[in-house]
Design a protein around this ligand. Structure first.
Ligand SMILES: NC(=O)c1ccc[n+]([C@@H]2O[C@H](COP(=O)([O-])OP(=O)(O)OC[C@H]3O[C@@H](n4cnc5c(N)ncnc54)[C@H](O)[C@@H]3O)[C@@H](O)[C@H]2O)c1
Length: 276
């Protein structure tokens, strides 16, 4: 289904760990749509993951960068512009991690050093990724930056823990920096609030299967997959969304506007009959 809507565009994609990662699918789809890309991830993830396979498939190079380090990010943009032969048109921030979640600490008993670390990786890194581009004037006018969020930024999801606060900050950064970057350099910044998706980060959340099934049952279109998300990202990188900025865009099969579905009624009412 490729239409070449990213032909001539250059991008940087953060966060492809393995072939389940949302960023992996975005890289594949952006390449299919004609973009030239650079892949990046934290040095430790590069050792553990299978990103070289993706680099080969998408004819791209991999430049390591810890997204919490301004030094790494500056190096990444400089090398990417050198490799791609010019400024960048789009950036995907597909990064998330909570130490409290990993170590099973509940929201009300957080270890604040871990909270800080998770916030730095999951949210402040978005500010830094944008800021490093801003400082180097590395993005073309009309450029597009996308971060990935989750609806726990607005509503409570049991066991999503401090990631909920990280996502709220991530979405706020998209609005605040979106204003400044839009005003001065016509660059768009948005977040996509994605359905639960079966990936390494996703399944690290305890009770993930419950989230997944619940939202799938509630959404008229069902959960959006990583491939669906990749298509939405590419649309946001393209010139078809030139005036969309500072938004948190729900990409969740309708989940965010649902109250009660037929599927859920059948679970809670013994004598409920679904319509044919
Ligand atoms: N999977 C879901 O259910 C779901 C739902 C909504 C939003 N999201 C968001 O999508 C994004 C991508 O997650 P995913 O589900 O594809 O999982 P994933 O585990 O494949 O990706 C997370 C990535 O973050 C990278 N990362 C961690 N620390 C980093 C650092 N210091 N510097 C650079 N990169 C670092 C990891 O190496 C990994 O590639 C995250 O922001 C996640 O919160 C996921």
């Amino acid at each position: 289904m490729a239409n070449g809507i990213l032909k001539g565009k250059k991008g940087i994609i953060f966060g492809a760990l393995d072939n389940k990662s949302i960023a992996w699918k975005v890289a594949e789809f952006a390449h299919k749509e004609g973009a030239e890309i650079v892949l990046t991830n934290a040095p430790i993830a590069l050792r553990m993951g299978t990103i070289n396979e993706l680099a080969e498939k998408t004819n791209s190079i991999v430049i390591p960068a810890d997204a919490t380090s301004m030094e790494d990010l500056t190096n990444l943009y400089e090398k990417s512009m050198e490799h791609l032969g010019g400024k960048i048109d789009f950036v995907l921030h597909s990064i998330g991690m909570s130490v409290n979640v990993r170590k099973g600490k509940a929201y009300y008993e957080q270890n604040y050093d871990w909270t800080q670390k998770g916030m730095d990786v999951s949210a402040m890194s978005f500010h830094k990724v944008i800021r490093a581009a801003w400082d180097l004037d590395a993005l073309n006018e009309g450029g597009s930056i996308v971060g990935l969020s989750y609806i726990a930024a607005q509503r409570v999801f049991h066991s999503y823990n401090d990631m909920a606060d990280n996502k709220a900050l991530l979405e706020s950064i998209a609005r605040s920096f979106g204003y400044h970057y839009g005003l001065r350099r016509k660059v768009r910044i948005n977040t996509i609030s994605q359905s639960p998706t079966l990936t390494t980060a996703g399944s690290g959340i305890s009770g993930f299967d419950g989230f997944y099934k619940f939202s799938d049952d509630l959404s008229p279109l069902g959960n959006a997959s990583a491939e669906d998300c990749a298509q939405y990202c590419v649309f946001l990188f393209s010139d078809y969304t030139k005036k969309v900025t500072m938004q948190n865009l729900f990409h969740d099969g309708g989940f965010s506007f649902m109250g009660m579905s037929e599927e859920a009624m059948a679970i809670y009412m013994k004598d409920f009959r679904k319509e044919e």
